[in-house]
Design a binder for this molecule. Structure first.
Ligand SMILES: NC(=O)c1ccc[n+]([C@@H]2O[C@H](COP(=O)([O-])OP(=O)(O)OC[C@H]3O[C@@H](n4cnc5c(N)ncnc54)[C@H](O)[C@@H]3O)[C@@H](O)[C@H]2O)c1
Length: 425
């Protein structure tokens, strides 16, 4: 960690990258009109004045704009990465050198450095947490439990983090209230589906330059992320098969026009395999054994646990090499399997993550949820809360307005009609 008189505490790869980071943060800002409006209001109203926020988020251009909105609202922020491979080093440099925000994140950091960086954020004694995957909350509930009483509340960005938090709350282990930003409709319906859908294709194409048309693509998980990827892959001309464990979602996939298969059947069929389940070892030894030569695998779920990489490494017996940037080849003797972005979130590891226009809504929810918990933490219990409906609707309203779309309003007659029970056949 470095501290100089002019700069905040930080540990980033190269401050010399700041100029490029500034350009890219400003480019993203143009696509984030809702967050801009919130930042302008925060500047006037200071709803986060003096609150120390510890953030564990992907260090991207969009996150940088969220950090600037929170800082405009009066918060003292520090930021660590929520994944070792998702940090954009130029953005980290710009946040430190240009915007004075403490950042602890280096792309490709090892596990020890990742946790050292989370501890650097914990060292700032956050009163509010802003997590993507629950790692900061977990740290504060384990090694750093001594400072839990200082935390007023938190927010959580992603499905996997919300699942972990709900498990903690069910065990009675959660020690402060957390708002599940992922549960906002204006988050998961758009970010998980369209954001991850597009950026997953983007990551795979940047890494491999594969032609998708006519290719067999097997997608595990037909949740919000999986369906976004499936529809984008279909749009690019791929043949899509879905692998599911939930009967309703499998049925949805089928009626959306996709094939549904078991992982075992898909293994021999697929050319490209993508996981988006939030679960572990979805593709494993027996599936790798059945895959074709030149199969490609990528993961878009939160953790790199969706592919059994230990089994893959064992099967390759050391015959692993980098064949392109972000592509490893595992030679299983007689056939090769390719892994994109080390099995970490491919859209962030091999591309830039979600487009800013979609993060505009996710991070508007983050900023407004932070404002909400700053005002209401004393009334909240130590459990997981959904984003208040008023925030969700406000984000949708602002986004539509920014896109120049005007909605109809019900006539008084219609409003009375839908509110009444007397009308029948
Ligand atoms: N890459 C990104 O930028 C990004 C963005 C948002 C969410 N995520 C992550 O993506 C993952 C999925 O998120 P979501 O919002 O789609 O969740 P979701 O809960 O809506 O969907 C997950 C789906 O996976 C299915 N599933 C679980 N185990 C399975 C198995 N063994 N085989 C096949 N299917 C299985 C479930 O039945 C469910 O339908 C989470 O880890 C989430 O945190 C990543």
């Amino acid at each position: 960690m470095t501290t100089t008189s002019a700069l905040p505490a930080h540990d980033v790869t190269d401050l010399g990258l700041a100029a490029e980071g500034i350009r890219r943060i400003e480019w993203a800002e143009r696509e984030m009109p809702v967050l801009r409006l919130i930042r302008e209001r925060f500047e006037r109203e200071q709803p986060l004045a003096g609150i120390r926020i510890g953030a564990c988020l992907h260090v991207t251009t969009e996150t940088a704009n969220l950090m600037l909105a929170l800082a405009a609202g009066g918060a003292q922020i520090s930021l660590a990465a929520s994944n070792p491979l998702s940090t954009k080093d130029d953005v980290a440099a710009a946040l430190v050198a240009e915007y004075g925000i403490p950042v602890f994140a280096r792309r490709g950091e090892d596990r020890d450095t990742y946790y050292a960086h989370l501890n650097s954020v914990a060292d700032t004694h956050p009163q509010m947490t802003m997590d993507d995957g629950c790692d900061l909350v977990s740290l504060l509930h384990s090694e750093r439990a001594g400072q839990l009483d200082e935390v007023l509340a938190g927010t959580e960005e992603t499905t996997t983090g919300v699942i972990r938090l709900r498990a903690m709350a069910a065990d009675g282990a959660l020690r402060f209230p957390v708002v599940a930003v992922n549960e906002a409709l204006t988050k998961h319906l758009f970010d998980n589906r369209y954001g991850t859908g597009q950026s997953t294709v983007d990551g795979i194409l940047r890494a491999t330059n594969l032609l998708l048309a006519g290719r067999n693509v097997a997608i595990a998980g037909y949740g919000w992320v999986g369906r976004g990827i499936a529809s984008r892959m279909h749009g690019m001309g791929a043949h899509v098969t879905v692998i599911e464990v939930d009967p309703v979602r499998a049925l949805e996939a089928l009626m959306d026009g996709f094939q549904v298969m078991t992982a075992a059947d898909a293994a021999a069929w697929g050319d490209l395999f993508i996981t988006a389940t939030g679960n572990v070892n979805v593709f494993r030894r027996e599936h790798f054994a059945a895959m074709k030569d030149n199969a490609v695998m990528a993961n878009s779920g939160h953790f790199d646990a969706e592919l059994d990489l230990r089994a893959l490494r064992e099967m390759a017996e050391g015959h692993v090499r980098e064949v392109r940037e972000n592509v490893q080849e595992f030679d299983l003797g007689g056939k090769r399997i390719h892994l994109v972005a080390e099995g970490r979130l491919v859209n962030l590891g091999a591309a830039e993550g979600h487009p800013a226009a979609v993060m505009d809504m996710s991070f508007a929810n983050q900023a407004l949820s932070a404002e909400y918990v700053a005002a209401h933490h004393a009334e909240l219990e130590n459990r997981v809360y959904v984003v208040p409906d008023a925030i969700d609707r406000e984000v949708a309203r602002l986004k539509l307005a920014a896109m120049g779309i005007t909605l109809d309003a019900m006539t008084p007659e219609q409003a009375a009609y839908v509110a009444s029970w007397q009308h029948g056949t």
